[in-house]
Ligand binder design. Structure first.
Ligand code: ZN
Ligand code: MN
Length: 493
């Protein structure tokens, strides 16, 4: 069979577990803490001792509901808890408290960036709350250790429709979802801490000789990086095509569903076990927990707290402030920083402010290992600095120096510029003197700017930089550019 005769359409859905950012666990008061001494954050409830009673964490439920609202899900007015039975050393109760037939939310949609700057709408089947299991640790080959600190940590499970059509789309979905949950503040979304885990369901529709064949659905378990999601899906798509070409019986219904594991080092998936069905878990309502009823007032309050989503806000910020999509996305990485930007834009020059956020304000924040919002500079002064830069009172270079001083005092940016002698010089005579000085000191660049067509632009840029340097950042770059042009013209005479 010739592969080029096949028309391939991958069909991909995702199941995602997101750890919610609560102080305490889902059904007990134990702290949720990463990296604590093993088995230190445990109590009779999360250890599954007989006779204990779980109590629902309200913050976890609200985080879950806010995420579901952002995913445009229907919120159930009545939702309940079920026991999902299975036996594993890291699950001392022998069941997980989850939600089965009445999840807290269902029927949503999430738009993610796709190829050719289009978006892909991905249906959300459901999002429900459950508790995490502990961790089996296999570091030592002769023993398995069990750490139950994670047992009972709140997890939001999100299940999408199989609407994704490529490994890249799935990758984009995961990134956009991480952006959403961190923006909403419902999860830290840290991959390193295992706070987002992905399980793609994959099969392939193959059109051949006027007929469509579908390969059996495979689920790749427990992926904990975006790259693993993309690579495992790409691997599976290829494997499905090859397996079908080798065996026409490799189709849905004839071959069983499979669970597979991803080997990150070898870059392959491996068969783990046949996929279990819901009845294998013998779900039944948890008799220890009361159902949750959501009234209008509660739902309205949560809806109001969600507000504009990152993807919508990015589009608005691009058009409202003249930002590039990359710059808007960077500013939006932190909600408080985006809020600060918008407040500062109201009393400043937005496009210049955008450049300053991306350049020196980001750099200052990185130096101090914090966000721009956490630098503590108020919106009015941020706005003002962008305005005096746009007005030409200070150059872009001088603005960076002013910004450095702004961190240490509460003075107005213009006062700092005045005091530090950073007010831009627009005196033609003075600027011409600086240009002459730069020409005298950089003969090679002057020759290139005059005679070397390949290096002309670069040499002119270099000379401009030199003049700015000689002037201590006080020259007006526009005037410098003009004077350099004139001088070169007169020399080439
Ligand atoms: Zn506990
Ligand atoms: Mn689950």
């Amino acid at each position: 069979m010739d592969r080029s005769q096949l028309k391939i359409r991958p069909i991909i859905g995702l199941e995602i577990h997101v750890q919610l950012a609560t102080r305490s666990k889902m059904f007990c008061a134990c702290p949720v803490e990463f990296g604590a001494e093993p088995n230190s954050n445990v109590c009779p409830v999360c250890l599954g001792m007989p006779g204990v009673l779980p109590v629902m964490n309200r913050a976890a439920l609200e985080h879950a509901m806010r995420t579901a609202i952002a995913l445009r899900c229907q919120i159930a007015r009545f939702t309940k808890w079920d026991r999902k039975s299975y036996y594993y050393p890291d699950l001392p109760k022998n069941y997980q408290i989850s939600q089965y037939d009445l999840p807290l939310s269902f029927d949503g949609a999430f738009d993610v960036p796709a190829a050719n700057s289009e978006t892909r709408r991905v249906g959300i089947i459901r999002a429900h709350l459950e508790e995490d299991a502990g961790k089996n640790i296999h570091d030592n080959p002769s023993v398995t250790l069990v750490d139950l600190n994670r047992t009972g940590t709140p997890l939001l499970e999100i299940v999408t429709r199989p609407d994704l059509a490529s490994a890249d789309e799935a990758y984009a979905f995961c990134i956009e979802l991480q952006r959403l949950v961190t923006y909403l503040g419902v999860s830290e979304g840290s991959m390193q801490k295992g706070q987002m885990r992905f399980e793609p369901n994959i099969n392939v529709a193959i059109e051949y000789d006027g007929r469509e064949y579908r390969t059996p659905i495979c689920e790749v378990k427990n992926l904990n990086s975006f790259r693993a999601v993309r690579d495992a899906i790409a691997y599976e798509i290829e494997r499905h095509i090859n397996d079908w070409m080798a065996d026409p019986g490799y189709v849905i219904g004839k071959s069983p569903k499979e669970n597979r594991g991803w080997d990150d080092v070898r870059g392959v998936t491996e068969f783990q076990r046949g996929k279990e069905e819901a009845h294998d878990y013998r779900y039944f309502p948890d008799p220890d927990l009361v159902p949750v009823e959501v009234d209008d007032a509660w739902l309205e309050r949560l809806q109001a707290s969600v507000g504009e989503l990152p993807v919508e806000r990015q589009a608005r910020m691009e058009s409202e402030y003249g930002l590039t999509s990359a710059d808007a996305a960077t500013i939006l990485n932190d909600k408080a920083t985006a809020d600060l930007f918008e407040e500062a834009a109201g009393c400043g020059h937005p496009p210049t402010l955008g450049k300053q956020f991306i350049s020196f304000w980001s750099a200052k924040a990185n130096e101090r290992r914090c966000t721009i919002a956490q630098l503590g500079v108020d919106a009015a002064r941020l706005g003002k600095l962008s305005q005096i830069t746009a007005d030409g009172l200070v150059s872009a270079t001088a603005a960076a120096s002013v910004a450095g001083k702004m961190l240490d005092c509460a003075d107005a940016p213009s006062a700092i510029a005045q005091r530090e002698g950073l007010i831009q010089v627009r005196d033609t005579g003075q600027t011409r003197a600086w240009v002459d000085q730069a020409f005298a000191a950089n003969e090679k660049a002057v020759q290139d700017a005059l005679a070397n067509p390949k290096k002309k632009q670069q040499a002119r840029g270099f000379l401009t930089g030199q003049v700015m340097k000689i002037s201590g950042g006080k020259a007006d770059p526009k005037m410098v550019g003009e004077l350099i042009g004139k001088k070169l013209d007169s020399m080439s005479g």
